[in-house]
Design a protein around this ligand. Structure first.
Ligand SMILES: Cc1cc2nc3c(=O)[nH]c(=O)nc-3n(C[C@H](O)[C@H](O)[C@H](O)COP(=O)(O)OP(=O)(O)OC[C@H]3O[C@@H](n4cnc5c(N)ncnc54)[C@H](O)[C@@H]3O)c2cc1C
Length: 369
């Protein structure tokens, strides 16, 4: 209902504008309880388990673009899990409560110009200075970055091994020395603003550290699990919606004396894709069941993200073909999702990163699981 009334009618306008009013939309979602589903009740969350986040992510997939669901997901399931789990009470009251309520917009600052897949390679530094950190460096590809009130920032707080040298910090975005360098012009996800941001001697209190100093990399790897599962869930509806619209179009489109859908190659292909969507759904649900029981779900989550990323490309590509020239226009959902869903194989860990993680679990690659 909220989606139908407050979001769907405006998507085309926001896609064209290259941004959407995050504060207004998040306030509506926050009031309805959608931004803190598995977060503690004492901080304004609903206190439910993560399977309910997955149900909401699936619903958000019905918004006819990828950008808005992704922006909402960053707020609810990507920038906040570590804060909710490891943040001090004071920090959670200052940043988590207003984020769950939709009074603050959050972003996640992990990637940099020289470090995307290779998170260990980040160069942004937070150096201790009395009761403060002084932050220098920059972040790239930051969803909600132009509008955010705070960032869950990954920065180097020391030297030494990766699992001891990085920390997550709640960074208010209106501080002196924070420069939004640009809003990045993208192939897809156009309604979501994506920023490049620089930090120049930004002073932030050390009490804004999430959990223990040096544990940031480990916290972020845990936080990635929810991001990846959420992303898989958010691709299910788009895939099914594209197939459904393609069936309707191909049924009414007549060529060579019959509807496009009457060709066996077309309906067999659609049936096969639909079957694969159900396989991804099953893998996702199995993985989520493991995760909510407190088990390590990294391997299954990586498998689910890998398959969803590949499948959504297959679905968009095959379906776009059946639309002929119409598929190549900006007037149909399939072309928008063809562009937007391409990100699934890149963002939050590229396909190859997922494969590397799976290999480590299989024992075919060295490294920590
Ligand atoms: C629209 C958008 C929104 C984003 N939002 C955010 C955000 O909010 N916060 C944030 O921190 N980041 C965000 N990102 C960044 C995203 O997570 C990174 O783009 C992603 O991690 C890939 O990093 P990279 O772009 O530096 O690619 P690179 O790390 O340079 O990788 C390039 C390619 O190399 C290949 N590759 C990578 N690893 C391997 C390997 N082990 N073996 C073989 N090949 C490999 C893959 O094909 C990969 O696509 C966003 C990106 C986009 C495009």
């Amino acid at each position: 209902m909220i989606i139908e009334k407050n979001i769907i009618p405006f998507v085309d306008k926001w896609e064209e504008a290259g941004t959407f009013p995050a504060h207004r939309i998040f306030k509506i979602l926050g009031q309805a309880g959608f931004l803190g589903i598995n977060k503690p009740i004492e901080y304004g969350g609903l206190g439910l388990d993560f399977s309910y986040n997955i149900a909401v992510a699936e619903e958000l997939g019905n918004i006819p673009c990828g950008g808005i669901p992704m922006a909402i997901g960053v707020q609810s399931d990507m920038a906040t899990p570590a804060l909710a789990r490891f943040g001090s009470d004071e920090l959670r009251r200052q940043f988590l409560v207003p984020t769950i309520a939709g009074d603050m917009v959050a972003c996640l600052g992990i990637s940099e110009i020289g470090a995307g897949s290779d998170v260990a390679n980040i160069e942004t530094k937070a150096v201790k200075n009395g009761d403060d950190y002084i932050i220098n460096g920059g972040k790239m590809w930051i969803t909600n970055g132009c509008q955010a009130d705070w960032m869950c920032l990954l920065a180097n707080t020391g030297d030494g091994p990766v699992k001891k040298s990085k920390s997550l910090i709640c960074l208010p975005m209106k501080l002196p020395g924070i420069h939004i360098a640009k809003k990045i012009d993208k192939l897809g996800m156009r309604s979501s603003d994506t920023a490049q941001i620089f930090f120049e001697d930004v002073r932030v209190p050390r009490k804004y550290l999430i959990g223990e100093e040096g544990m940031g990399f480990t916290y972020q790897m845990l936080q990635f699990q929810e991001e990846r599962l959420w992303s898989v869930a958010a691709t299910l509806a788009p895939m099914q919606n594209i197939i459904q619209e393609t069936i309707e179009y191909a049924r009414q489109r007549k060529i060579f004396g019959q509807s496009v859908l009457r060709n066996q190659t077309v309906h067999f292909r659609l049936a096969e894709l639909e079957t694969e969507i159900e396989l991804v759904r099953s893998l996702l649900y199995r993985c989520v069941a493991q995760y909510i029981q407190g088990n390590d779900a990294t391997k299954l989550a990586s498998m689910a993200k890998l398959k969803a990323g590949r499948l959504v490309r297959d679905v968009a590509d095959s379906c776009l073909q059946f639309w002929g020239g119409m598929g190549f226009t900006n007037e149909v959902l399939v072309s928008r999702l063809y562009r937007d869903m391409r990100l699934m194989s890149i963002g939050g860990g590229a396909d190859e990163v997922m494969l590397s993680i799976i290999c480590k679990y299989m024992g075919t690659l060295p490294g920590n699981k």
